[in-house]
Structure formats: C-alpha cells, structure tokens
Write a protein that binds this ligand. Structure first.
Ligand code: HXC
Length: 511
C-alpha cells in the first residue's frame, strides 16, 4: 500500500520538474520565471488547485512517442486572488517550447469552461512557440477549440493574457481575443510569424524586439495594454487588476471597504485649469484627487496618451475612468484614442462597471493622415460604445467640449445619467477663434481688430457651461473642489439603475 502512495508523489514530482533542471535554469538565465513560479506569485499562498498534471500528448510522429512530459507543457487549475476565485493556465516553455498539442489544448479548454460555468476570470500566462509542429492539424484543431471558448466567454467572464516569453501563431491570436494583454519588457515578444519566417517571406531583417517587443506593442501597435519591468511586477499588477473586476457579467462591480471619505473636498482643484485656455494641465491630477486613495490602475498608459483609461474606486466601488488628457495632443480624439477608449467603455459596460468621464476635448483630429486611416469609422466606435452602454454614466466637463467630441464623450444625449460641468467649461461647436474665422470671414476679412472683437463676443456668448445648462444638457455647474463629493453622490443615486437596449442578436459596431 505504502509504495502506491509513494508512486503518486514520484509522479507528481516528475510533472513538477517540467522540461528539467537545465531548461529551467536557462529560463532563469533569461530573467524569466518558470510556469509554476509565476502561478505561485499570482495566486494567494497555497491556494492553487492543479488539474491534469498527468496529461500527456498522444502524438507518435517524428519520434514523439518517446518524448512525453507529464503535464505536456502547460500548468492549469484554479486558485484565489485576495480570496476571490480565478482560473489560470501557465505555458511551460521548458516543455517543447510551450508549444500546443491537442491534449495541451484540452487542458486549457477545461479551465476556460470551468471559469465560464462558475463565473470567474481566466488568466492565461503565455511563454510559447505556437502550434506543436510535430502534431500538425491536431494542434490547429486545439487552437480553434481555445479560440471558440475565448469568443463564447467574451463579455461573460474577464479574460486576461500575460505575455511572458516569445509568443507566436496561436499563442498571440488567443490573447488577441481576450480583454487585456500585458507584456514584460525585454523578455516577451508577440508576432504572428517570427523573425526567421519574416526574413524568408519579405526579406526583412528584424530583431524580436523590432517585430514584436513590449515597447512596440504597448506604445505603437496598441496590441498590449501595458508593459511591466519583470515577471514579479507583472504578477503583482495582475493581482491588483483582478481586485477591480467582477467574476463575471452576472455580478455587480466589486465593492470593498474604503477609508477615503466620499465627502472629501480638494481645494487645489479650483486652480487646476490654467488662465490661458491653450495651456495644458495634467488630467491625471484630477483623477488621482477624485478617486479613493489615489489608487488608479491605468490601461494602455503609453498608447494614445491623449486619452486616459483605467480602473479606480469611489466609496469602495469599482469604476472605469475615461478622460481626455490635455498634456498629449491637447486631448484631441484621434484614431488610436477612439479605439482605446471604445474598447475600454465596452469592457466596463459588459461587466457592470460604472463609467466616469472627464472631458476636456478640442474635437476630432483634423488632417489627411487621420482621414486616410479611417477616423470616421474609428471615431464612430467610441460614439457607439458610449451610446450603447447601459451602466451608470457620470460625466464632468472641466474645460473644452467642442463639436462632435462633446456629443461623443458620454454626453446627456447618449444617455449620460449625471452630467456636470465646471464653471471653466466651454461647450461649443468649436473654439472661438476658429468659429469667428468662419462665420465672419467676409465681414472681418483682413481686419484683425474686428476679428478680435467678434472673437471676444463669441467667447462671452458661448465659451461657458451656462448655455448647455440652460437647456438641461448639463445637470449642474459644480465647483472643481467638490468633484469627488458630487461624483460619489451621483454614483450613490445610480445604484438601482436598470435600462436595456432593444432586443437584437448583436449590434453591428463599426469595426
Ligand atoms: C514544437 C517547439 C516549437 C513548436 C519551439 N519548440 N517552438 N517545438 N513546436 N512550435 C521547441 C524547440 O524545438 C526547442 O526544443 C524549445 O522549444 C525551445 O525553442 P528554441 O527555438 O530553442 O528557443 P528560442 O531560441 O528562445 O526561440 C523561441 C521561438 C522559436 C521564437 C518561439 O522556437 C520559434 O520560432 N518557434 C516556432 C514558432 C512558430 O512558427 N510556431 C508555429 C506558429 S503557427 P529543445 O528540445 O531544443 O528544448 C501556429 C498555428 C496556429 O501557431 C495559428 C492559429 C491562427
């Protein structure tokens, strides 16, 4: 009897060893942790319940019958993050480069389905070279099964991908269908095909970093929502993110005890807006002074910096914050900003997270580059996302809300629930200078004094929040120092909000 019990421990040890000491040492030498070490950092201590550690592949091609490693290159199961259940799979690069066999895929699908059943996030940790080449079409079938679960779970449970090594093929397409992708600087890469294939097909010579590094994807392509310094920081930050999210779309946004008074006033905000309307100021200051304990988890901080998106809490309740950033491109809405914010708004709406929108926007970005790039369609994404969102929506206009961008940024007209403006707000079709140059073109042509006089007249009439307030498009004009208090009260009043859109199979958002 004793030897049967011992046999279990021997088998477990074999599975835990993965691709062996040498390969684990190679992993460490590259500055990467092993699949199991990453799980240990991600989950609460001793909370990991592993599944399928004895699963082996069933491939007999290319001598594979003699090369079996229990677990088959992926560690799967569930555990807790600050006491809340999450499902996890972590690719083991030390076993066939983390590549995906049919059985490896079946392990992942098992946790994806379990997570959807119980309503818990799935966190995928990727360090893998794509389809297991020896398995051929079985591997492709396995990927398609995972993709299918990604799609069915989209909007049902949060799906988070962390890229922690060189990832190609299916190991970038599955993350691409999840809600958030994070990378690790200098050790992680994402590409559909790696540098060798690129050289063969297009004759381009590119490094891994140039083709798919963390810097590229978190600042230029927008594929990744953030880049962390190392594996430890990545796992710590994912724990922080999970705390903001509900387990599924069946739950409300989480509420945790808050020690930050909802009635707190911030007098320094009364001088946040510079006297010169063309001077920038840091919108992050307003965010940090408004939310609980200045705790803000920013999404895609290095991409489309002209719009800020991220999670925070107000009186303990998770909220999504979307804010124009005057410090970058004057906070204009361009293609990248529209795409970034639209996706974020849709995530919040899918998962019952109220949205706070802070507006200082001079309009949509003019120019041939933007038009050729399809600004019309991309800008429409954000408009569409705000319009369809049924979660509580609270908006504060701090300064400019010009033109179509005024409509887009969670205006009253798109079912904004509570819309406030600071006394410094300018709600108009466009800035005063541009406006008078058009409407008084003939009258004031070549007469700068007349133009200046008309500009002052236009400004006095329209560059304020009161025209909109007179029409009820703004619910109240509030003092900057009371922004937190007014937002907290608005959110309290919206706790019971329930509206729904007309029945449809799904909408047809301009993709
Ligand atoms: C089987 C693989 C593998 C794969 C790596 N290995 N990729 N085994 N199938 N796809 C094995 C290697 O043989 C090696 O085994 C070990 O993993 C480590 O690989 P190295 O090449 O030594 O590591 P490194 O130099 O760090 O390069 C990592 C890499 C490279 C960039 C990921 O291995 C690579 O380019 N692999 C192929 C990537 C690829 O084209 N995959 C197919 C994508 S198509 P030993 O025994 O030496 O340790 C795809 C289809 C799905 O995924 C698409 C759906 C839309």
């Amino acid at each position: 009897m004793q030897h049967i019990l011992e046999e279990l421990e021997i088998r477990r040890e074999r599975a835990r060893a993965g691709g062996g000491e040498k390969r684990i040492a190679a992993q460490h030498a590259k500055g990467k942790l092993s699949a199991r070490e990453r799980i240990a950092l991600l989950l609460d201590e001793n909370s990991f319940e592993e599944y399928d550690m004895f699963v082996e592949h069933r491939c007999n091609e290319f001598g594979m019958a003699d090369q079996k490693v229990p677990g088959d290159g992926v560690v799967t199961g569930w555990g807790t993050v600050n006491g809340r259940v999450v499902y996890v799979f972590s690719k083991d690069f030390t076993v066939f480069g983390g590549s995906l066999s049919l059985t490896h895929a079946q392990k992942i699908v098992k946790v994806q389905r379990a997570a959807a059943r119980v309503g818990a996030p799935v966190i995928g940790i990727f360090d893998a070279g794509g389809a297991r080449i020896q398995e051929g079409v079985d591997s492709l079938a396995g990927y398609a099964d995972i993709f299918m679960e990604n799609v069915l779970s989209s909007g049902v449970i949060p799906q988070i991908s962390v890229i922690m090594g060189p990832c190609a093929g299916g190991d970038v397409y599955s993350p691409a269908m999840t809600d958030f992708i994070f990378m690790v600087k200098d050790t992680s890469y994402m590409y559909v095909t790696g540098p060798d294939v690129v050289k063969t097909v297009t004759n381009e010579t590119l490094t891994h970093e140039e083709l798919g590094g963390a810097k590229l994807h978190s600042s230029k392509s927008g594929v990744a929502d953030g880049a962390f310094e190392n594996d430890l920081e990545a796992m710590t930050q994912i724990r922080r993110l999970v705390d903001f999210l509900p387990g599924s779309n069946r739950e409300n946004a989480p509420v945790r005890e808050s020690y930050d008074d909802g009635e707190r006033v911030e007098n320094s905000l009364d001088t946040l807006i510079p006297a010169n309307p063309n001077k920038p100021y840091d919108m992050k200051e307003l965010i940090l002074k408004t939310v609980d304990e200045a705790d803000f988890f920013e999404i895609a901080p290095d991409y489309a910096k002209n719009i800020i998106c991220g999670f925070a809490r107000v009186e303990g309740q998770s909220v999504g914050v979307v804010a124009n950033q005057p410090m970058a491109l004057a906070g204009v809405l361009d293609i990248d900003a529209s795409k970034k914010a639209a996706r974020f708004v849709r995530f919040c709406d899918a998962f019952n997270i109220p949205i706070i929108t802070l507006v200082d926007v001079p309009g949509f970005m003019p120019g041939a580059k933007q038009e050729v790039g399809g600004l019309i369609k991309h800008g429409a994404k954000l408009l569409f996302a705000y319009a369809e969102a049924t979660v509580p929506k609270v908006t504060v206009i701090t300064r400019k809300a010009y033109g179509g961008a005024y409509d887009v940024m969670s205006s009253k007209h798109l079912r904004g629930d509570v819309n406030y403006a600071w006394p410094t707000a300018e709600i108009a079709v466009m800035g005063s200078k541009g406006a008078v140059e058009i409407i008084f073109r003939a009258e004031a042509a070549g007469d700068p004094a007349k133009l200046a006089e008309k500009e002052a007249e236009y400004k006095a009439r329209f560059a304020n929040p009161f025209v909109a307030a007179q029409r009820g498009y703004i619910d109240d004009v509030i003092m900057p120092h009371s922004t937190r208090r007014r937002i907290a009260k608005a959110l309290r009043s919206l706790k019971g909000k329930k509206i729904s859109n007309p029945w449809k199979k799904h909408d047809n958002i301009p993709l």
